[in-house]
Write a protein that binds this ligand. Structure first.
Ligand code: C2E
Ligand code: CA
Ligand code: CA
Length: 618
């Protein structure tokens, strides 16, 4: 295996080789000179200088962070040649002096040859082909020399040379095996045997350089299992680990030999493709593979006695010669993968500019939202609600945010960010407190409503101290009659998760006399059984249904159904998004009780609401 690590190891040995060639080499010049046989040594030393100089240049040339695969391969070939040449020079000096009895230079020649063999077995241990070749190069000439003496002791020494060859080969091979093992451990994941994150990143960096050099394309795919944590938590880590192993082998079976599969940790896998000549090719290949992976992962996993069903979310990013860094690519694939999770998991999304922009906006909102509360940038608007006689009987509190840099940010943009970051807790409490103050002051000013509705996000509902906070604020700011008129609007779509917990909290709030309205009704999965289990007193027909009224769609039937159902369950119904008289008439004819929408009024400031109320109900 040739990895960056083995190249770095080999590169270090270049300097060792140069040192061990040039310094002991001086000994030959000195001994040759005092024995009047310096000429061969001088020529040899000059050759040695040339080769060492070449070696030094190779040492300097190596930059793992800047070389592509081809350049690295070429460099490696030249380094191999350098070592072969350097050791061949030791064989040359051996041949030149082993018959030279003046000054016992022959002994020196034999000794240096043995020394060179030991050096070769040590410094070339990381490279099997190289150490086998050099050991043969060094020790076979010596064995032949001894054999050619033609006497008994010569044969013995010849055999000894071969034994030495065997021993050194054994030693080098043992180091090699150890090195390979530790290299494997450093670059692989212990659980699945796939490449690990560290190796993957260096691989991807190398890939980026190659794509730049050849102007080619690849893709990177980030695959994250859906709800893996549930399996881990409910069945234990042993089962979770075994599942990961089977998942990796299923993925492995689908990818080609020149593709890289790594486990980034947890239940996250990554695939990098081979190079392709154009973007479309890379895209198609990515989509084909991603679809195949989704379908093979959907097949049942049988582990022990458990039948497990999983799915995955896949983010894809095409890598090309414009890609800047490994981290950048991983981030993009990550964004795409998260988008899949957002959209309900079990799917494939390709990273694109729109996505990048969304993420950027999201980040900006997140940064500014943090200080929005302190800067008093959040205000409240109140949208009137009307009865059949078009009198104001209630209102819905809606948050408004105006920021100096971002301008007006609609709640549909910042509420989800607040939910994700947890800021909704602080924000939600602020909205409760401010709106309660308004409600209390209205009652003093004679603005009398039947109901006062506030949107509550489920994240807020789930927060440990929410019920206590509501109790504290209602006690502090509202009279019992006003508390009775409070309505918390909960969005239907989010209720599916953890329904029992929601019901439990709703019950506790109902004890405080809070009423509930099911917001965006009809868009989610509410079943009758939910409605029965929950202390809900009102349904809000989603505005999309109202908007389609009179357009001959099935939405009309939907509204009629909701209104009929509400009658059976004895629930109030609010139609929101009423914009035209036609919509109003239809709703009125079908027994809808409460109306809200631009047809009557937009969300108003506190003061405007007061004026509106007085002129409307006065
Ligand atoms: P929602 O609860 O469905 O609120 C109704 C949205 O419809 C409001 O948008 C309102 O301005 C708009 N609307 C009212 N009448 C009409 C109409 O006739 N036509 C049209 N096209 N739209 C109308 P807004 O204020 O932008 O709020 C959007 C969403 O943000 C809300 O949807 C709600 O889910 C969330 N939100 C707003 N304020 C809060 C808040 O204080 N807390 C929480 N948790 N969520 C909030
Ligand atoms: Ca609402
Ligand atoms: Ca709504």
């Amino acid at each position: 295996m040739n990895t960056i690590d083995s190249y770095i190891f080999l590169r270090k040995q270049i300097l060792v080789m140069i040192g061990l060639s040039l310094i002991p080499g001086l000994g030959y010049i000195f001994l040759g000179w005092i024995n009047n046989v310096a000429a061969p040594a001088l020529i040899w030393y000059t050759l040695n200088l040339v080769v060492s100089f070449g070696g030094y240049r190779l040492y300097k040339e190596y930059h793992p962070g800047r070389m592509n695969t081809l350049e690295t391969k070429q460099w490696y070939a030249r380094v191999s040649t350098f070592f072969l040449l350097s050791f061949s020079l030791w064989t040359l000096i051996f041949v030149l002096y082993v018959t030279e009895e003046r000054g016992h230079l022959n002994y020196i020649a034999i000794f240096t040859q043995i020394g060179a063999s030991v050096v070769a077995a040590t410094i070339l241990a990381s490279d099997k082909r190289l150490f086998i070749a050099t050991l043969l190069f060094l020790l076979i000439p010596m064995a032949i020399f001894f054999a050619l003496i033609g006497e008994f002791y010569g044969y013995i020494l010849s055999i000894f040379s071969l034994v030495l060859l065997g021993v050194l080969f054994y030693a080098a091979n043992s180091s090699y095996t150890l090195l390979e093992k530790s290299r494997f451990q450093a670059t692989h994941d212990y659980l699945t045997g796939l490449f690990n994150r560290r190796y993957f990143i260096s691989f991807l960096e190398q890939k980026v350089r190659n794509l730049l050099y050849y102007e080619q394309y690849s893709f990177m795919m980030l695959l994250d299992l859906d709800h893996f944590k549930t399996i881990n938590d409910s069945l234990g880590h042993d089962i979770g680990d075994r599942l990961l192993q089977v998942v990796s082998s299923r993925i492995q079976q689908q990818i080609g030999e020149d593709e890289l599969l790594a486990r980034l940790g947890g239940d996250e896998f990554v695939i990098v493709s081979h190079e392709m000549d154009n973007r479309e090719e890379a895209l198609n290949a990515a989509m084909v593979l991603a679809k195949t992976l989704l379908s093979v992962l959907k097949e049942t996993f049988i582990i022990d006695t458990h039948h497990l069903y999983i799915s995955a979310s896949i983010g894809v990013d095409v890598i090309d010669y414009n890609s800047t860094s490994a981290h950048h690519i991983i981030k993009e694939a990550d964004i795409a993968m998260y988008e899949v999770k957002e959209q309900g998991r079990n799917g494939i999304i390709l990273f694109n500019d729109a996505l990048a922009k969304r993420v950027e906006t999201h980040l900006q909102i997140e940064r500014h939202l943090h200080i929005a509360l302190q800067n008093r940038e959040i205000s409240l608007a109140y949208q009137p609600q009307f009865n059949k006689d078009e009198k104001v009987i209630g209102c819905e509190v809606l948050a408004r945010w105006r920021n100096t840099t971002l301008g007006r940010v609609p709640p549909s943009k910042f509420i989800p960010v607040a939910e994700q970051t947890g800021l909704i807790i602080e924000l939600g409490n602020y909205i409760l407190e401010e709106s309660f103050k308004t409600f209390a002051s209205w009652s003093e000013k004679g603005v009398v409503l039947e109901q006062f509705s506030i949107n509550i996000s489920v994240r807020q509902l789930f927060h440990g101290t929410f019920v206590e906070e509501v109790e504290r604020l209602t006690q502090k700011l509202l009279t019992p009659e006003l508390i009775d008129k409070l309505v918390f609007e909960i969005t239907e779509t989010v209720l599916v998760n953890d329904i029992e917990r929601v019901v439990d909290i709703m019950q506790r709030l109902a004890h405080l006399n809070i009423n509930f309205s099911m917001d965006d009704f009809g868009t989610g999965y509410s079943s009758l059984s939910y409605l029965k289990a929950m202390p809900v007193s009102e349904l809000k027909i989603d505005q999309s249904f109202v908007a389609n009224l009179g357009k001959g769609s099935s939405d009309q039937a939907m509204i009629v159904t909701i209104l009929n159902m509400a009658k059976i369950f004895d629930l109030k119904v609010v139609a929101e998004g009423v914009e035209t008289e036609g919509q109003l008439n239809f709703l009125r004819q079908n027994n809808c009780h409460i109306f809200q929408g631009y047809y009557f009024a937009k969300p108003l400031t506190q003061i405007d609401f007061e004026h509106f109320y007085t002129s409307n109900n006065g």
